[in-house]
Design a protein around this ligand. Structure first.
Ligand code: CS2
Length: 494
């Protein structure tokens, strides 16, 4: 039987598997990460480990926290936090090429269920200088731009903080939401060590850092913790970031491939493309890993990078996911290499997206488009259209609707963006009526299902979904030029 990856077996890993860049046993923990999915393990954890190795530091081990379940803890605890990143690229001849590195930067994993106390203590500790987050769009529990104070998880956290303040003793009720957990930790910090902290949002959301700062403040004020809110405003920074690496869900075949390389079983394996990018606003309240020495860009203005990435990469990803799934393509690579669809998304980027963007310093947007489409076409990746199609109600506003609004303001009709939106609508309708293998995996699935049920025509389907204010800002939905473009495109696609 193959042994499982852990400190005890690390030395038995075959030489083809790259070992951690520095000895994980010698690391101390300097940061907390909320939302330890595959993306964090393939992105920030790798940058952090490389930064520690480059700078000869060992103080940036990560205390990672799952959003809800204990699953990642079950994967990583028996492995002493070690896991592999299987990179799937192409060699010079265009043949699939895989390489494996073992990462050791994740030093502990907690899940909110029973371990909220541990996490709160870690957030309050003066040795913690940094929090990073990848909790996905829906994890922020927003309603419009604001924290949804009616959300059950947020309410549980508000009750816990009120109780802690009222009794003056630590309340460790299970965290119900990532923002609640973070704000409860920051409130303790404010009244304890009061050491400054930096909170780095790594989700695909417009102006992600400031958004998290606002939600934390709203939470603290709603809990009556005005003093903590004022302390946070003065001592905690929320740098904005642009994060990029394609990280599909890991399959059994990939676990077997990694095991064949290392000779060790790895339940925490993640899969990624070779490319990775991280642009970070240089606004830190205390020390941070030397991420720039691991290839990250520290800059005073992330906005142009963020906007180009969200609108070109993520916008096109969603377009390919919905249109591709409707055309029967299982993967993004199949969808983008479908000649018709490939041309369609290129034209979308050129005609609708690029005119809305300011090129980031040193970036040619045409080249950026080509590199994104080439990355999507990587056949070694197996990123499914169904995976990217998930959570459309949360993703559309960030990825597509800003483009549409900006084109309308400029006096142009964003026909191609309307087609992308229409593809989502038809996808929703087909997935909701159960007549196809498509799955509607979305926190708003019920609302969407009710909205599309019985829509008698393409135009009716478009109207019903456009009327959902939690997705379509009224100014956009009320623009007749946009509405009729979407109606036409839905009719065409349906
Ligand atoms: C994708 C992203 O699943 C999705 O919605 O668009 O996860 C994408 O792969 C990453 O943002 C790439 O950086």
């Amino acid at each position: 039987m193959t042994s499982r990856l852990s400190f005890a077996t690390l030395d038995q890993a075959r030489p083809a598997a790259r070992r951690p860049a520095l000895d994980p046993r010698a690391m101390s923990t300097g940061s907390v990460h909320l939302g330890v999915g595959a993306f964090h393990r393939a992105h920030q954890a790798v940058f952090t480990e490389d930064a520690m190795a480059a700078a000869g530091e060992s103080g940036w081990g990560i205390h990672a926290v799952t959003q809800r379940s204990a699953r990642v803890a079950e994967q990583l605890d028996p492995q002493d936090g070690l896991y592999g990143v299987l990179t799937c690229g192409l060699d010079g001849a265009g043949e699939p090429e895989r390489s494996l590195r073992i990462v050791g930067a994740v030093r502990a994993v907690s899940f909110p269920g029973e371990q909220t106390g541990e996490v709160l203590a870690r957030l309050a500790a003066p040795t913690t200088h940094l929090v990073t987050l990848t909790v996905t769009e829906k994890g922020y529990r927003r309603s419009g731009d604001r924290l949804d104070l009616r959300d059950e998880g947020v309410q549980a956290d508000l009750a816990a903080l009120r109780e802690e303040r009222r009794t003056g003793t630590a309340v460790e009720t299970a965290a119900g939401s990532p923002i609640g957990m973070l704000a409860r930790g920051l409130a303790r910090r404010a009244h304890g060590a009061a050491t400054p902290m930096s909170v780095v949002c790594c989700d695909n959301i417009v102006h992600n850092g400031p958004m998290v700062g606002r939600l934390v403040s709203e939470f603290l004020l709603a809990a009556g913790a005005d003093g903590a809110a004022a302390w946070v405003a003065d001592h905690v920074t929320f740098p904005a970031t642009m994060v990029d690496r394609i990280v599909p869900a890991t399959t059994a075949a990939e676990r077997a491939a990694a095991e064949a390389i290392s000779g060790l079983q790895d339940e925490g394996l993640v899969v990624a493309e070779p490319y990775r990018q991280w642009v970070i606003e240089d606004s830190f309240a205390g020390p941070r890993p030397a991420w720039e020495r691991a290839g990250a860009t520290l800059t005073s203005d992330v906005a142009p990078f963020e906007e180009a990435k969200l609108r070109i990469l993520n916008g096109t990803h969603s377009y390919l996911a919905y249109r591709g799934a409707l055309l029967g393509h299982a993967t993004i690579a199949e969808a983008v290499t479908d000649a018709g669809l490939g041309a369609e998304v290129s034209a979308f980027i050129d005609h609708d997206v690029i005119p809305t963007l300011t090129p980031p310093p040193g970036v040619d947007l045409g080249q950026y488009r080509d590199s994104v489409l080439e990355r999507f076409a990587n056949p070694a990746l197996g990123h499914t259209t169904q995976q990217v199609a998930m959570d459309g109600s949360q993703k559309l506003p960030v990825r597509l609707l800003g483009t549409a609004a900006d084109r309308l303001t400029a006096g142009a009709i964003p026909e191609r963006t309307a087609r992308a939106v229409a593809a989502w609508m038809v996808f929703v309708a087909r997935a909701a009526d159960g007549s196809s293998p498509l799955v509607l995996d979305d926190p708003q699935a019920e609302v969407l299902g009710a909205a599309v049920a019985g829509a008698a025509s393409g135009a009716a389907l478009a109207d019903r979904l456009l009327d959902l204010e939690q997705i379509f800002p009224p100014a956009l939905a009320g623009d007749e030029r946009f509405r009729s473009a979407v109606r036409e495109q839905v009719t065409d696609l349906a």
